[in-house]
Design a protein around this ligand. Structure first.
Ligand SMILES: [Ca+2]
Ligand SMILES: [Ca+2]
Ligand SMILES: [Ca+2]
Ligand SMILES: [Ca+2]
Length: 331
């Protein structure tokens, strides 16, 4: 094993670091020096148990902490401050509402540190940071992320994916979740979509049963039995009820307090190629223009069923939906 750290360091001010094994440390003047006892060394610290660099909420990618990371609750609250202002941090690198410090009660704190986590990321309440709707793998159409299509009636504008049969929920933290925590309902008919839940990293995927596709005004609900190391899901969300709604929720979900289910509206209107939330002759014009395309067609070109081709099969779908108006959410 190579050395984790070799060189001259400001040893007096090196505290609460995860360093690992085999380090060779010299003080700034070149004299050999010992690390402060607040640093974490040894084989446990060799495996920081980080998630891959990815969007975990906030403006920059971060490495999330796995639940067995030795960085959890092993920093110093007193040192977790802005180096310019000296003010103690109230959030991690992701910014508000990702609270820092956050105590994980099942993990012992260190003395004389407290319970801030080492690094850019603080495990806290799990929040929903993104919803993605897509078709089967590999997708013919680009998966549709709601990351920015929230905060107004845009959230309920027709999803531009033909043959959509998967909805994914990305959480800010590692969670424990099972199929019993998720429902996907057709708001018009009141019926539920049958499917299967899978979890990969911080992303939960609800895939509809074979041959079933999303249709209608759809309510995705994740209940607050979902939990992470930091507590139960913080999922509160205010949905638009009309294309002209304003000031509705943006990611991340929640109100800063543990608990609160996540309920999210989205619209799948096959044949609404121009995304007016109404199926009419204007959509036929788009289909007609691209009719005969055999591969690579996108939803807006008239590919209602998401097979990459534009043909009569798509027109049957549009015709079956003709006149449907989903500009308002059903009450
Ligand atoms: Ca912590
Ligand atoms: Ca809450
Ligand atoms: Ca339309
Ligand atoms: Ca097609």
């Amino acid at each position: 094993m190579g050395h984790n750290l070799v060189g001259r360091f400001d040893v007096a001010n090196m505290k609460y670091n995860l360093i690992g094994t085999g380090s060779i440390i010299y003080d700034l003047d070149g004299s050999s020096a010992a690390l402060d006892s607040t640093n974490f060394t040894g084989t446990t610290a060799d495996s920081p148990q980080l998630g891959s660099l990815s969007n975990n909420g906030g403006p920059t990618p971060t490495h999330s902490l796995m639940n067995d990371s030795p960085a959890i609750d092993k920093g110093s609250n007193a040192l977790a401050s802005d180096p310019l202002s000296g003010n103690l941090f109230t959030s991690d690198q992701r910014g508000a509402p990702f609270t820092r410090p956050w105590d994980i009660t099942s993990i012992a704190n260190v003395s004389p540190g407290n319970f801030v986590d080492i690094g850019a990321y603080e495990i806290g309440l799990p929040k929903v940071i993104e919803v993605i709707v897509s078709d089967s793998v590999p997708p013919a159409h680009t998966p549709y992320s709601f990351a920015t299509a929230v905060g107004s009636g845009e959230q309920i504008r027709t999803v531009p994916v033909g043959g959509a049969n998967r909805v994914q929920v990305r959480f800010s933290e590692v969670v424990t979740i099972s199929a019993s925590h998720v429902t996907v309902q057709n708001a018009n008919a009141g019926t539920f979509f049958a499917g299967n839940l899978s979890l990969s990293g911080t992303t939960a995927t609800w895939t509809l049963n074979a041959g079933v596709f999303f249709r209608g005004q759809i309510i995705l609900r994740v209940d607050d039995g979902v939990s992470g190391l930091g507590g139960f899901l913080d999922g509160e969300w205010t949905n638009p009820t009309s294309l002209s709604s304003a000031g509705t929720s943006v990611f991340p979900s929640g109100d800063g307090t543990a608990g609160g289910y996540f309920q999210f509206y989205f619209t799948v209107l096959s044949g609404d190629y121009n995304r007016t939330n109404i199926v009419d002759a204007a959509d036929w014009v788009l289909w007609k223009k691209f009719n005969g395309t055999t591969s690579g067609a996108l939803f807006w070109m008239g590919d209602a069923n998401g097979d990459g081709a534009v043909n009569q099969a798509d027109e049957y779908i549009r015709t079956s939906m003709f006149g449907v108006d989903y500009t308002q959410w059903p009450t």
